[in-house]
Write a protein that binds this ligand. Structure first.
Ligand code: AMP
Ligand code: MN
Ligand code: MN
Ligand code: MN
Length: 291
């Protein structure tokens, strides 16, 4: 039985180091859930969630390892949504991983990725790079979860760019030749699945979206209206200015604040598990809602 969290009695009074955003080979990370868990513990993470894209198949292994190494664990997932044409990620934390509406919704979301990946392959062939869908499959570690990160790794392997960020910049980011539009979940669906399973919905890496200040406020209004309760303030892709900005928005909206490395693997991630600045002290840490 996979409960949403455990080991309350092992929590320090104030968890000094929580990391609620990272990936394993169940989506587009490079390490198994077990190895990610051990690495988090080695980095003195004391409260941890694995948040694979659109898939919760790694949680049982993650939980078992966290239990073994004495690290408090919370269920997690990073759900792909589209809001007003903008792709956005919503992290879910502390839910019942057996909830049928959540698992059914994620199943559907994953199945759409295959057809999207084939269209990405066609789009890249049209600019003179053939066979990329088939090539990307060699980098896929979960047959039901193909991501742009797998395309990027293949394109690096054939020398199209020097590194993964370089491939995104020239080929895979929105507006570039390999980017195709896709119908993800809606904001309302993702938050409903998470809340319906007893969890908490969190806006992932808000600093990464190409939105004006007004658009971000409109998005956060909608997120709050449908039942969202937290945003990532400290995360792997946030500058110190982002942290200050999203801390202000967390206060304004009375959101709880989350902290997550978005670690994918030692070769690709600049921020390692748990190696993040602390949240501004006055914010309400999201772990209070999920343990
Ligand atoms: P997808 O869910 O298929 O759209 O792929 C999104 C994933 O691609 C993210 O979770 C990251 O792993 C990766 N990604 C997106 N943008 C970048 C970037 N600029 N540099 C490196 N990796 C990226
Ligand atoms: Mn990813
Ligand atoms: Mn993301
Ligand atoms: Mn992520």
């Amino acid at each position: 039985m996979l409960n949403s969290s455990f080991a309350f009695n092992r929590l320090p009074v104030t968890p000094a180091n929580f990391d609620f955003h990272c990936h394993s080979i169940v989506s587009d990370g490079l390490l198994s859930p077990e190895v990610v868990a051990r690495r988090a513990a080695a980095n003195q993470v004391d409260l941890w969630a694995l948040t694979d894209h659109d898939d919760i198949g790694g949680l049982a292994e993650a939980k078992a390892t966290a239990e073994e190494v004495g690290m408090a664990f919370v269920t997690g997932v990073e759900i792909s949504i589209e809001w007003k044409g903008i792709p956005i990620h919503i992290v879910g934390l502390g839910f019942d991983a057996k909830d049928p509406a959540l698992t059914g919704g994620l199943d559907e979301l994953r199945s759409g990725r295959v057809e999207r990946a084939k269209r990405m392959g066609d789009a890249l062939a049209a600019v003179g790079i053939p066979g990329v869908y088939e090539g990307a499959l060699c980098f896929v570690t979960n047959p039901s979860l193909i991501s742009r990160a797998h395309f990027a790794r293949y394109l690096v392997s054939i020398g199209i760019a020097r590194d993964v960020p370089g491939v995104f910049q020239h080929y895979l980011a929105q507006g570039k030749p390999g980017y195709v539009d896709h119908r993800w979940a809606t904001l309302e669906e993702a938050v409903r699945w998470i809340n319906g399973a007893g969890g908490t919905a969190v806006v992932a890496h808000p600093g990464r979206y190409k939105m004006s200040g007004a658009q971000m406020r409109s998005f956060l209004d909608d997120f709050k209206d449908v039942g969202g309760r937290a945003i990532e303030v400290t995360c792997g892709s946030h500058s110190p200015d982002h942290v200050m900005h999203f801390a202000r928005l967390a206060r304004h909206y009375e959101f709880h604040a989350s902290r997550g490395s978005d670690f994918h693997g030692p070769e690709e991630s600049y921020v390692d598990l748990g190696k993040l600045p602390q949240l501004p002290e006055d914010l309400k840490p999201v772990w209070r809602l999920v343990i």
